[in-house]
Design a protein around this ligand. Structure first.
Ligand code: G1P
Length: 292
């Protein structure tokens, strides 16, 4: 069973300025939780028990969010605020560990994943990009990540989550090529290649990499010898392209929806969607929107 996941959280979040100047973009709140907490919850729901944050020295708030806040817990206990105490303690569920390593220099996503190598070791692992919320609303029988983990075990093939995007936007993503037709939602098919942020005219398909990966430890060796690519950064996409030359790698087409919380409009959409279904705030929030 795959139990470890890497969350690269060291990025500066320039797309979200000015909000992300002093607050990590991953700590920006969607309804009542920071974005990164939703991503950790998604991983935990898929059976991940070891979360490896690849962090930056200026983003300690992320580590603090997943640490014990003894004073706060003692105060809530003293005041008998048991419901809140449970909320605070539940941020890291029992049996889950959050570990933090540093990416000292901004050398790219591939480099960030490589920084987790010593903590991950030889076992396969998941990667979740914390900008992107993957919504499992309406998805039954396990979230998309858990389906990818199952497909990895069943097919012995790395899994890359993809979704269709308009051709005009392929230059913002990794884009995959397939040997045959696109998979149905919830299914995986073999990939023949992947390129980072191609021009629409050069894109091999309209299936973009969403930011969820299940990878074998071999990727670390490939990353270690990957030269800087698009944007002069060490790209995870390039190491995956090298992996495809050696072993089976599959594109998993997601069932759920995504919200790109690294962008302001994606963040606003997530706020609406998650706000409207919040157990306590949903109804008054709906009234508020109707009144507007
Ligand atoms: C990264 C990956 C890209 C992927 C995207 C998903 O790009 O390099 O392949 O499609 O995340 O959000 P970034 O958004 O960090 O530029």
């Amino acid at each position: 069973m795959i139990r470890k996941a890497v969350l690269p959280v060291a990025g500066l979040g320039t797309r979200f300025l000015p909000a992300s100047k002093a607050i990590p973009k991953e700590m920006i709140t969607v309804v009542d939780k920071p974005v990164v907490q939703y991503v950790v919850e998604e991983a935990v729901a898929a059976g991940i028990t070891e979360i490896v944050l690849v962090n930056h020295s200026l983003k300690k708030a992320i580590e603090d969010h997943f640490d014990v806040h003894y004073e706060l817990e003692a105060e809530l206990e003293k005041k008998n605020k048991t419901a809140l105490l449970e909320v605070v303690r539940g941020i890291v569920p029992a049996g889950v560990r959050v570990i933090s390593v540093r990416q000292g220099r901004p050398l790219g996503l591939g480099h960030a994943v490589l920084c987790a190598r010593e903590v991950i070791g030889d076992a396969p692992f998941a990667v979740l990009l914390p900008d992107v919320l993957v919504d499992a609303e309406g998805v039954t029988g396990g979230n998309d990540l858990s389906r990818m983990l199952q497909a990895f075990e069943a097919h012995q093939a790395a899994q890359i989550m993809v979704q269709q995007v308009p051709m005009s936007r392929v230059d913002q993503y990794g884009v995959v090529s397939l040997g045959g037709p696109a998979p149905a939602a919830g299914q995986s098919v073999p990939m023949t290649g992947v390129v980072e942020k191609p021009k629409p005219a050069d894109a091999p398909s309209d299936l973009s990499v969403v930011g969820r990966y299940v990878l074998p430890a071999r990727i670390f060796e490939l990353l270690a010898s990957t030269a800087p690519g698009a944007g002069n950064e060490i790209q995870l996409t390039d190491a995956i392209a090298a992996l495809i030359q050696e072993q089976s790698v599959e594109a998993y087409r997601m069932l759920g929806a995504t919200y790109d919380c690294g962008s302001k409009i994606g963040y606003l959409e997530a706020t609406l969607r998650y706000g409207l279904r919040h157990p306590e705030l949903g109804a008054p929030f709906r009234d508020l929107i109707n009144n507007l």
